[in-house]
Write a protein that binds this ligand. Sequence first.
Ligand code: PGA
Length: 250
Amino acid sequence: MRRKFIAGNWKMNKTAEEGAALARELVKALAGGGKADVAVCPPFTALAAVGAELKGSAIALGAQNMHWEKSGAFTGEVSAGMLVSAGCKYVILGHSERRGLFGETDATVNRKLAAALAAGLAPIVCVGEVLAEREAGRTLEVVAGQVRNSLANLDARDMLKVTLAYEPVWAIGTGRNATPEQAQEVHAAIRGLLAELFGKASAEAVRIQYGGSVNAANAKSILSMPDVDGALVGGASLKAADFAAIVGSS
Ligand code: PGA
């Protein structure tokens, strides 16, 4: 039985002080523990302050991006080792905003993935189609291509440390979430492909999160689908009560 995993992607929101305040609220709101694994992914500049607040709690720390090299002349970039030393357990890779706005491709995601695993981070690899691809009936083909290429050269053991996030781009920040059935269809297809690539046992163990306008009202129905193992939450992760309600729905 896969344990649900709810992660908050704060995107470019919250200063260190604001992030620490939100983390304090979250620790309080989620103090009872629960059935799900929980992580928050603040901007780089808030990692230390948020990490300090999360210490001793069950909420893990994650980052939103990293570079694939260990160090060097890469102005503005942050390495996997730096994220580990900042207290991160997770790192989001290949978010559609990184792909769409900052030129990330499956190939760069794949390099980042190898570097993250080598550093001991647990990557959350994002895939998802844009609206035109869905309307053209190409969703499963597009997502399968992203999964295959982003995960190239991984073995079944590596795969156990990876979480996938299916995030239809048309559902991100739009208030227009995929229906539970639409999410389930893609999640099941991804799991089928993982079985082909890494074997059935690995495919059954890997968690696949849904992301895209998840909120306190729709979380339960989405999370109740058999192949939806959690959520990657953007906007609703910025309010402690909403995020706690989503965690509580799992
Ligand atoms: P959203 O973002 O919940 O605001 O739609 C999700 C994401 O981009 O991870």
